[in-house]
Design a protein around this ligand. Structure first.
Ligand code: ZN
Length: 342
C-alpha cells in the first residue's frame, strides 16, 4: 500500500549507477572541481550537474537557520554546493574529465557567512577533522576578540580547534603563556611556534598527522613562513592559491587541499577582512563558549537572562569565582552585541 509512496519519494539522482566513480574534491576554481579517485592516478576535472546545484542549494534555508525567510532563490544560486573535502560521485565524460552527480553526506563542515549583503552560507571545508586557528604572538598584536570569533565559528560547526601561535621568538614566553590562561580554563589546546627558531614545529606536524585540517586566521601572521618550515615549499604553494582567490569579488571561489608528506591534509582559507559567522544566534552564543555552558540555565531568570546586569546570574557568578575568564566574558558580550545589531 505504502510501497509506491516510498518509491515516488526517492530523489531522481539517487540511483546506484555502476558507471559513477567516487572521489574527493581536492581543488576547485569557479565552476571546476578536481576530484581524486579511490583508484588513484590523475585528477579528474569535473563540472557540476545543474540538477545537483538546484537540489543542494534549496536546503540551505534549513530549519535550523534562525532567519530562513530572508533567503531568496536568486541569491542562493551563487552559493557553491560543492566544497573542498566533499566526497562525490561523478560520471566520466572523456579522458580526465567528468561531471559530479552526487555529493555524499558530510561528516562535518566548516562554514562562514559569505561576503556580501545577503546571508549566504559558504562551506570552506567539508569533512575536516579539526580547525587550526593561526595567530601571531606579536607583530601584529593578537586581537583576542578575533581569536574568540574564530573559536565560536568552530564550536558552531562542532569541530575541535587547535590554537596555534607563530612568532614566539618576539615575546617573553612566560608572559605570553599567562595571556593564554583564558583558553587553558576553556580546555582549548594551544601550540606556540617559532619558525625562525624551529620551536613547536614537530608538535604541529604531529597534530596534523592523519587528519584533514582547516587553517583559519588573519593574514600577516606568518602562516606562509610556518608552512614552509613545516614542509619545504608548502607555504609558497598555499600562497599561490590564495593569490588567485584573493582577486575580485568572489574571493574564495577557489581552494585547494594540500597533502603533507608527514601525513595528513591541509586546507587554507584565504584571509578575509571579516570572518563572518554562519548560523550563530545571539541568544545561543553563550553555549558556543564552552566554559559558560555548565552555568546556562542556572540563572535566576532562566533562559531569559542576558548574563549582563540581571541579579542572580550564574554566568557572572562563575566569572567572579574565576571559572570564566573576564576577557572571554567581555569578548562574549561584545560579540552578542554585534550579532544583535545584525
Ligand atoms: Zn545569567
Amino acid at each position: 500500500m505504502s510501497q509506491s509512496v516510498e518509491l515516488d519519494a526517492r530523489p531522481s539522482t539517487d540511483f546506484t549507477d555502476s558507471s559513477l566513480f567516487e572521489g574527493t574534491v581536492v581543488r576547485k576554481s569557479t565552476g571546476q572541481y578536481w576530484v581524486a579517485s579511490e583508484a588513484g592516478g590523475a585528477l579528474t576535472v569535473c563540472s557540476l550537474t545543474n540538477l545537483l546545484r538546484k537540489q543542494l542549494v534549496y536546503p540551505i534555508a534549513d530549519p535550523t537557520s534562525w532567519r530562513p525567510h530572508v533567503l531568496a532563490v536568486k541569491e542562493i544560486r551563487s552559493v557553491d554546493p560543492v566544497a573542498i573535502g566533499d566526497r562525490v560521485r561523478f560520471l566520466p565524460a572523456g579522458p580526465g574529465s567528468g561531471q559530479i552527480q552526487e555529493v555524499l553526506p558530510r561528516r562535518s563542515k566548516l562554514s562562514r557567512r559569505a561576503a556580501g549583503a545577503q546571508p549566504l552560507e559558504q562551506v570552506i571545508v567539508a569533512n575536516a577533522d579539526q580547525v587550526v586557528v593561526v595567530f601571531a604572538a606579536a607583530q601584529p598584536a593578537v586581537r583576542w576578540n578575533l581569536v574568540d570569533r574564530y573559536l565560536v565559528s568552530t564550536e558552531a560547526c562542532n569541530l575541535p580547534a587547535l590554537l596555534c601561535f607563530t612568532k614566539l621568538d618576539l615575546v617573553k614566553e612566560a608572559d605570553f603563556r599567562a595571556e593564554l590562561e583564558p583558553y587553558r580554563l576553556t580546555g582549548y589546546r594551544t601550540l606556540l611556534t617559532s619558525s625562525t627558531q624551529q620551536v613547536g614545529i614537530e608538535e604541529l606536524r604531529q597534530a596534523l598527522r592523519g587528519k584533514l585540517s582547516a587553517l583559519v586566521g588573519p593574514s600577516g601572521v606568518g602562516k606562509t613562513t610556518l608552512l614552509n618550515v613545516l614542509e619545504p615549499g608548502l607555504g609558497q604553494r598555499v600562497r599561490e592559491i590564495s593569490k588567485i582567490t584573493g582577486k575580485g569579488r568572489h574571493t574564495t571561489s577557489s581552494l585547494e587541499m594540500f597533502s603533507l608528506s608527514s601525513g595528513g591534509f591541509l586546507v587554507d582559507s584565504p584571509g578575509m577582512r571579516e570572518y563572518g559567522l554562519w548560523n550563530v544566534n545571539p541568544n545561543e552564543l553563550a553555549s558556543l563558549f564552552p566554559e559558560m555552558r555548565p552555568y546556562l540555565g542556572g540563572c535566576r531568570f532562566g533562559a531569559s537572562c542576558r548574563h549582563n546586569k540581571e541579579p542572580g546570574c550564574a554566568v557572572k557568578k562563575a566569572m567572579e569565582e574565576g571559572a570564566i575568564h573576564p576577557r572571554r566574558y567581555q569578548s562574549w558580550l561584545r560579540l552578542v552585541d554585534l550579532l544583535r545589531k545584525g
